[in-house]
Design a protein around this ligand. Structure first.
Ligand code: 13P
Length: 336
């Protein structure tokens, strides 16, 4: 591990006015997104869709890094360049999702644990050879009155810390993602309580595993009302609760927070990020690593038709530009 290189990469990923595009949907997840639009689920369609995203003209102005999936990092654009080379041409840092998905936690059937640690050292070495410079691991934490269990938080924190330590050993910046889901009827207060507990447990494990905090990024959920909660917290309350939660649990040594969108509408994800950046200086850069909230309009417009690619690219660029403005607290609804 070269701490200075890790720190430089982490800081480049949260450079002012830029954020991360998560394009690392696993096979089953991208299939779900395609099926919703009646797009045939084929390797060529996945490749063509990712090519459209990665070659959007000017994307590097707003996007610092893109997270790829195992299949994607091995694919090529129509001109024969690997996707890693395509991103490098755009000035975008290639990253890779390295977890193997969440399964039921034995003994705790309602809780999930993310798998993928066995053989990870060897896989990381290969991804580094293929040109990746950062990694992502997502823990999935579902909320109701009785869940998650403490065991679930501890097991996922341990896995995130082992992933982070192995990534740094391989010279790759880990994006540590403990996602507390917004699905459910819980109040924003309950979401706060679980998110705070999850983050505190994660940083305990990171410290126990000697992870170099200056060379990671945290990818948390925002603190929100559950999707099915009858009272929905407003923008200011979400921004305030999210920042309060982060201040309690996230050391100032961490260079950046890159939020996931998690099922918020595109505009909401942008508004919430903007509201947090308007509050004023925080110890960490407050940025984005959105999947759905950056891609949804582009995917809808493309819908598997090559002739729509140009318009789809414009839609992606627009969301990237809105979120880049939100990083500076300069987004407003008339940008829509
Ligand atoms: P969403 O922004 O769609 O939640 O995806 C981000 C991500 O990478 C989840 O792992």
């Amino acid at each position: 591990m070269k701490p200075h290189e890790l720190e430089a990469t982490a800081r480049a990923l949260v450079a002012a006015g830029k954020g991360i595009l998560a394009a690392d949907e696993s096979g089953p997840t991208i299939a779900k997104r395609f099926q919703a639009l009646a797009v045939p689920v084929t390797e060529e369609n996945r490749r063509a869709y990712r090519e459209l995203l990665f070659t959007a003209p000017g994307l590097g102005e707003f996007i610092s890094g893109i997270i790829l999936y195992d299949e994607t990092i091995r694919q090529k654009a129509t001109d024969g360049a690997t996707f890693v080379e395509v991103l490098q041409r755009q000035g975008i840092i290639p990253g890779i999702k390295v977890d193997l998905g969440a399964k039921a936690l034995a003994g705790f059937p309602e809780d999930k644990i993310t798998e993928g640690l066995d053989g990870l050292r060897e896989r990381l070495a290969e991804y580094a050879r293929l040109g990746a410079r950062f990694t992502k691991w997502r823990a999935v934490i579902a909320v109701d009155d009785d869940h998650p269990s403490r065991t679930c938080l501890a097991a996922n924190a341990e896995a995130l810390a082992r992933f982070a330590a192995l990534s740094q050993e391989a010279g790759l910046v880990p994006i540590v993602e403990p996602e507390v889901l917004m699905d459910g009827e819980h109040t924003i207060e309950r979401h706060f309580e679980v998110t705070a507990a999850a983050q505190q447990r994660v940083f305990q494990s990171l410290s126990e595993h000697r992870v170099h905090l200056e060379g990671i990024l945290l990818k948390p959920n925002m603190v929100l009302s559950g999707k099915e909660c009858s009272h929905q917290a407003g923008m200011e309350q979400v921004a305030e609760a999210t920042l309060r939660c982060l201040r309690r649990g996230v050391p100032a040594a961490v260079p950046g927070i890159v939020f996931l969108s998690g099922g918020q509408s595109d505009e909401q994800a942008t508004e919430h990020l903007n509201a947090m950046n308007r509050v004023g200086p925080a110890p960490w850069a407050l940025s984005f690593s959105y999947g759905r909230a950056l891609q949804a309009p582009a995917l809808r417009i493309w819908a598997g038709v090559a002739a729509n690619a140009g318009l789809a690219q414009k839609a992606l660029l627009h969301r990237a530009q809105c979120n880049a403005a939100a990083r500076l607290g300069k987004y407003s609804a008339d940008m829509e």
